[in-house]
Each structure stands twice: as structure tokens, then as C-alpha cells.
Design a binder for this molecule. Structure first.
Ligand SMILES: C[S@@+](CC[C@H](N)C(=O)[O-])C[C@H]1O[C@@H](n2cnc3c(N)ncnc32)[C@H](O)[C@@H]1O
Length: 288
């Protein structure tokens, strides 16, 4: 940090400093972010500080290092170490994909399906990350058992923390698996939000995504559909008759995913739905 490293600052000076730093780094809504970062720096219990109060050195140091992280593009949830998802909160940590609002829409569809399933149903979440989808499904249907898998050990330990803190141990099982490689048996519902960004588009992603989400959570291979096609091709073997497959896809991928699914023999009632922003986002199908 460059300015006024030695003297103590008033709250309003600290906020003005943060505003300048964030605005010059191209952060949208720098005033709002400066206040959020200050609130984060002040931790609990929130000291009652007015704009002309001096900011105690300990908090000033914390605040300045948070501003610096934000300047470098560290996403807010990673600074806070948590993110809201539907009506619950998830721990997030570096190296684990931060769940996005459009995935809440996938979760809502999966929860609606889960409520229609026969007693003691089983669900599978492929590429669980923080555990967001598996946890949402388990909370929606008290007698369901969810198996949640990921290839990343970091993701699995983050998901384990979330499963524990939300009281779902015994209802959400976590397992290391590359897609279906360590899966046996059949499920009533399979959900996945796999990596689906075409490889050549990765460098053009916003830096918050490009630099802080794990590449394995984003990289969908040459055309973006490598993981999606793998899941569509293999899912029928792991679904009960009439079982559901729900996959998050990228905008513009719907036609190709539909064509691929319809070429196979295992899936019926295939459909692509749009998210609230009007983008193609969800592939839905049932097992023949
Ligand atoms: C886009 S993230 C989705 C995470 C979480 N389901 C969500 O919606 O927030 C994709 C996840 O798939 C995982 N993944 C990537 N390749 C995988 C593979 N071959 N097998 C299992 N999981 C994989 C990544 O580690 C990452 O956690």
C-alpha cells in the first residue's frame, strides 16, 4: 500500500482511499464495495465507528489488505469465505468453484423433481464442488439419500464441511470419482453442473472467474461439451426407468446437446430450458 502508510486514518479517509483504489482497478460499484470491505474488516462485534472516528490500526491493516485483494480481482465470496445459495449458506475456499445464481435455478428444478420421487429415493450429484446441489436436494426431500462426487479433493473437503455444518451427515455421502468411474447402482435423479466453457473462450472470461475459479471447473474441452456429452452418454446406465437427468449447460449449447442426446437410445422427454436471463441453461431428460 502506498498512501499514508504511517499515520492513522479516519473512517471516511479509509473509505475514500478504498473507493479510489477500487475504481482505478475497474471494480463496479466501488463505493458499495468499499463499505462492504470495511464491514468485513471490522469483524464481529461490529465496532460502532462514525466517519470521523479514527480506524484502529489493526482494522486499518485488515481493511487495506482486503482492498488490495479486491483490486487484484479476488471475488467477494472468497474474501468472506462464504456464499449464500438459495436459503442457506455455504463455506467457499480458494480452489473450489463458487456457486452461481443460475445454478440456484437448476437446484430449484432438481428440488421440484425430488419431491415427486417414490419413497426413499436416491440422487447423484456429479461434480459437487461446495456440495450446493446435493445439499439443496437433501434439504428438499427428507427421505432422500444423495451421493455427491467430485474429482477434486479440495472440493470434497469443502463439501464435507458444508454437509456437516448443515446437519446432513448420513444423508449426503461424498466420494471421489471422475464422473461415473466410482459409481455403482441406480438413481432416481442425476444432477450435474459440469465444466462447459469452450477452451478457446477461457482467456476471455472476466479475471474474477479466469484467475480464481479452478480451471477443472470451467474447461469443457475444445467445443465445451466434453463433460456434458460424457454424462449424457453414460447417465442412462445409472438411472432407474423414468429417472431424471438435469444438467446445466452453456448458452448456445442447447441444440448440440439435444441432437447428441436424441442420437442415443437411453433418454426421452429431452428438453432445453432458459434461465431467468433468457439464456439456454438447463438440459432435462428422463430415462427410457
Ligand atoms: C462448474 S463446477 C460446479 C460445482 C457445483 N456443482 C456447483 O454448481 O456449484 C464443476 C465441478 O466439476 C468438478 N469436476 C471436473 N471434472 C470432473 C470429473 N472428471 N469428475 C468429477 N468431477 C469433476 C470440478 O472439480 C468442479 O467442482
Amino acid at each position: 500500500m502506498r498512501e499514508g502508510a504511517r499515520r492513522s486514518w479516519k473512517v471516511r479517509e479509509a473509505l475514500a482511499f478504498a473507493h479510489r483504489e477500487l475504481a482505478s482497478a475497474g471494480v463496479a460499484q466501488p463505493a458499495r464495495e468499499a463499505r462492504r470491505l470495511l464491514a468485513l474488516a471490522l469483524v464481529e462485534p461490529f465496532p460502532a465507528l462514525g466517519p470521523d472516528d479514527p480506524l484502529p490500526r489493526f482494522y486499518l491493516r485488515r481493511f487495506r489488505s482486503l482492498v488490495e485483494c479486491r483490486r487484484r480481482g479476488v471475488p467477494f465470496p472468497l474474501l468472506e469465505g462464504r456464499v449464500g445459495f438459495l436459503d442457506f449458506e455455504l463455506k467457499v475456499r480458494p480452489g473450489v468453484f463458487v456457486p452461481r445464481p443460475e445454478t440456484e435455478e437448476l437446484a430449484e428444478r432438481a428440488m421440484a423433481v425430488a419431491r415427486t420421487l417414490p419413497p426413499q429415493p436416491k440422487a447423484l450429484d456429479l461434480g459437487t464442488g461446495t456440495g450446493a446441489l446435493a445439499i439443496a436436494i437433501a434439504r428438499a426431500r427428507p427421505d432422500i439419500k444423495v451421493l455427491a462426487v467430485d474429482r477434486s479433493q479440495k472440493a470434497l473437503s469443502c463439501a464435507a464441511w458444508n454437509v456437516r455444518s448443515l446437519g446432513l451427515v448420513g444423508r449426503v455421502e461424498l466420494r471421489r470419482s471422475s464422473w461415473f468411474s466410482a459409481i455403482e447402482g441406480k438413481f432416481h435423479l442425476i444432477v450435474a453442473n459440469p465444466p462447459y466453457i469452450p477452451r478457446k473462450a477461457l482467456p476471455k472470461l472476466p479475471r474474477e472467474v479466469r484467475n480464481f475459479d479452478p480451471r477443472a471447473a470451467l474447461d469443457g474441452g475444445e467445443g465445451g461439451l466434453r463433460a456434458i456429452k460424457h454424462i449424457v452418454a453414460h447417465a442412462p446406465r445409472y438411472l432407474h426407468q423414468g429417472g431424471w437427468l438435469l444438467i446445466e449447460i452453456g448458452d448456445g449449447q442447447g441444440k448440440e446437446v439435444m441432437r447428441f442426446a436424441q442420437e442415443g437410445v437411453g433418454l426421452v422427454e429431452t428438453e432445453v430450458e432458459r434461465d431467468l436471463a433468457g439464456k439456454e441453461r438447463f438440459f432435462l431428460a428422463r430415462c427410457r
